[in-house]
Design a protein around this ligand. Structure first.
Ligand code: CP3
Length: 353
């Protein structure tokens, strides 16, 4: 039997149960803005070696939790490990981001894509999950994650990072059935991968649909939402009781549709107020967010003001997970993150007292 978590604020908030204060963690909380991360990253040599070495992945996962006393840890890995395991050959070009040696270039390649077995091709990720769980010793929950099928397809068809992802968007118009087939394979792969992370010890799961906002309304339903719906259903069966958070960037007008997938919580970016988001989902799911990450570049007084504004915007109801509206920026001073975390705690103390 697993030891019960000593800090279960995140899990309670995701079930919309009362908490003494909102849990706080930050998307991309482990990363280059931390000098201790840069030191381990240098020791590892490159990013994928860091991901593949369980002791090092564990060390960088715990760094922000220890430095800021956060309410959750997130597995240190990347969303692109799944396409890598499907044979695309992931590497990171210094200063340029991710790149695939073999991006998808033909219908035949899409049809031939294998669904990886998580315990073999992605075993290094599951080993990291097991190592981190042991090191956390039930202190805070561990969040496992994956990319959404649409977002993974964007990278696989582009061959790397982009602002426009014209490959996937063109395919959506030109050969929608072929895109649907790719998304179907990815949905199966991601469902198995996340279920395996839960089996290895992840206490909550998160899906990053970073590029959902690139799709028009109909395209979003068909190519982003429909795969997420299938994923939610399959995970409810394969990992019952493990809450799933869906973050679809730019989905401010699509929150009610996303809530209807049956996920436990929705990540919300800063383009929408939490008051409006709560109304849109009729308090049917928890909400995670939504401070603009550039606020952390501003001075401490401005940070405290914005934290108070986000907490007030959500209001005094269960179901809020304090977070940013997207990942923390590499230029963020670590002391500013400490200011944010303290402000969340002090605001809650003020309300309670
Ligand atoms: O702390 C955490 O949040 C856990 C680790 C994590 C990473 N990537 C580590 C990482 C998580 C959850 C991700 C998710 C991820 N990866 C997303 C979705 C989240 C989002 O921000 O929308 C996406 C789109 C990726 C793909 C990716 N990985 C890109 C585009 C890049 C290069 C850009 C960059 O920030 O450098 C990465 C590399 C990456 N993933 C780094 C980290 C810490 C930086 C690598 C380095 O150390 O040089």
């Amino acid at each position: 039997m697993a030891e019960p978590l000593r800090n279960d604020r995140l899990l309670r908030a995701l079930r919309r149960q009362p908490v003494d204060r909102p849990p706080v963690w930050l998307m991309r909380q482990a990363g280059r803005y931390l000098p201790e991360y840069r030191a381990v990253r240098e020791r590892a040599g490159d990013f994928m070696t860091l991901c593949r070495t369980r002791e090092l992945a564990c060390e960088v996962t715990l760094q922000p939790v220890e430095r800021f006393d956060l309410d959750a840890a997130i597995l240190f890995s990347d969303i692109l490990t799944v396409p890598d395991a499907m044979g695309l050959g992931l590497h990171f070009v210094e200063g340029e981001g991710p790149a695939f040696a073999r991006p998808l270039r033909s219908a035949a390649e899409i049809r031939a894509l294998p669904v990886p077995d998580p315990e073999s091709e992605l075993r290094y990720v599951l080993d990291a999950v097991r190592t981190i769980k042991r090191a956390l010793a039930a202190r805070v929950p561990l969040i496992g994650f994956a990319g959404s099928p649409w977002t993974l397809a964007c990278y696989m068809l582009e061959g790397g990072g982009s602002r426009e992802f014209v490959g996937a968007r063109r395919l959506r118009f030109e050969r929608p059935a072929l895109l649907a087939q790719l998304l179907d394979t990815l949905t199966t792969a991601v469902a198995r991968y996340l279920a395996a992370q839960a089996a290895a010890g992840a206490d909550a799961l998160m899906l990053f649909d970073t590029w959902g906002g690139l799709l028009d309304a109909e395209g979003f339903r068909r190519f982003s939402l429909a795969p997420l719906q299938r994923l939610t259903a399959e995970l409810a069966a394969a990992a019952p009781g493990v809450p799933l958070i869906v973050f679809s960037k730019g989905a401010g007008t699509r929150l009610s549709e996303l809530a209807a997938t049956g996920c436990a919580g929705l990540g919300v970016d800063w383009s929408v107020s939490l008051t409006a988001a709560r109304a849109a989902v009729a308090d049917g799911v928890a909400l995670q967010g939504n401070l603009d990450p550039t606020a952390l570049l501003a001075n401490p007084r401005a940070i405290r003001e914005r934290v108070a504004a986000v907490l007030k915007d959500y209001g005094d109801a269960p179901g809020h997970v304090f977070n940013l509206g997207h990942g923390i920026l590499p230029a963020t001073p670590p002391e500013h993150v400490a200011v944010l975390v303290r402000a969340v705690r002090e605001h809650a103390d003020g309300v309670a007292g």
